[in-house]
Design a protein around this ligand. Sequence first.
Ligand SMILES: [Fe+2]
Ligand SMILES: [Fe+2]
Length: 269
Amino acid sequence: MNLLFLGDVMGRAGRQAITDHLPRLRTDWNLDFVVVNGENATSGMGLSGAHAKLLLEAGADCVTLGDHAFDQKDMLRFIEEESRIIRPLNFSKAAPGKGARLFTARNGKKVLVAQALGQVFMKRPFDDPFSALETVFRTHPLGGQADAIIIDFHCEATSEKMAMGHWCDGRASLMVGTHTHVPTADAMILSKGCAYLTDAGMCGDYNSVIGMQRDEPLRRFITGMPKERFQPALGSATLSGVYVETGNDGRATRIEMVREGGLLQTSRP
Ligand SMILES: [Fe+2]
Ligand SMILES: [Fe+2]
């Protein structure tokens, strides 16, 4: 299968990049399944139902969330109606929606998508993501119930993400990190066939501080004093993520970093 994963869509610029590029990439790269992380698509904070629809209509088969999952309050209800949206498995015991789901790709194959939050340097404590994913792998073995398995691990620390990559190796097709909004250069296939990238980066304007207009973050770093709200940067966005090919056993056979449009150097399969 040909899989595409795109990192955190950041505000209007990120949404624009998705609608500008994704429909064409679906065809040009013959994509069987596309996952987009949408946790910052609405004003940089969360995802509204309307913007979730926009990402799905542009070509996402599944939209994942993150620590900002329910910043837009209508997502509390919308996620119950739209099963293509996945929130972190370990967000909260009271959270609506699901943290993992088996999808049917356009080619008829079964793709499992799951998301978990990390525990290191996050704003609040979340339950153990390793045991949460262990349960998912037990109930949905790769090559059994699932032809491909995509794990979105949403966390800050590169060490925690690399550890999770090895935890998923042999059991997932792709383990990709999200949340930092900066792509890492370590796309690789681990020893038991799991494609791995520490962070997918964001789909947003990189002339910014992780997607926000520069002035307010700079002020807070320099003076330690907040003055205004953070606002998403509105320049041309780079689509950022990873492309993976898998074989019949669900293991990855190829991984390529994806950067399309905007400021970052182009990279495509
Ligand atoms: Fe994010
Ligand atoms: Fe996040």
